[in-house]
Design a protein. Structure first.
Length: 129
């Protein structure tokens, strides 16, 4: 009977330790200032806008997508993503990238685009009879 409690205790300790480790690994820093992204070694979620004047590039051989983003403070950063161009990228009003800054570039593991809402309030005029 005593062995069951010891075994159960060990399983609980291992489970709590594993959950603690996973929690610290999923600690993502939300940043709207690219200078903070550039000085952090943690995974960051950064928000900005695509710099349309610098266009974007897609390398079919390496399957990488790259573009420049600018934050609200005017700081630019090149983003490299191992994957295809996200849907609605060209019409996006803002871009959210998740990843790490290293070797002079932001290496994104995920890209989300925010597009103009099709439900934006439309100007309507009413006529009186």
């Amino acid at each position: 009977m005593k062995n069951k409690y010891i075994f159960g205790g060990i399983i609980i300790v291992v489970f709590v330790g594993l959950m603690g480790y996973l929690f610290t690994q999923s600690n993502i820093q939300y940043v709207d200032d690219f200078t903070k992204v550039m000085s952090s070694d943690k995974t960051c979620k950064a928000t900005g806008s695509w710099v349309k004047e610098k266009n974007y590039q897609y390398n079919k051989n390496e399957k990488t997508f790259s573009f420049f983003m600018i934050d609200t403070h005017g700081t630019e950063m090149k983003v490299i993503y191992d994957g295809t161009i996200p849907n609605n990228f060209e019409t996006a009003t803002s871009v959210v990238v998740t990843g790490k800054y290293k070797d002079g570039f932001f290496h994104a593991r995920d890209i989300l685009t925010k597009c103009p809402s099709k439900y934006q309030e439309q100007n309507t005029t009413s006529s009186s009879l």
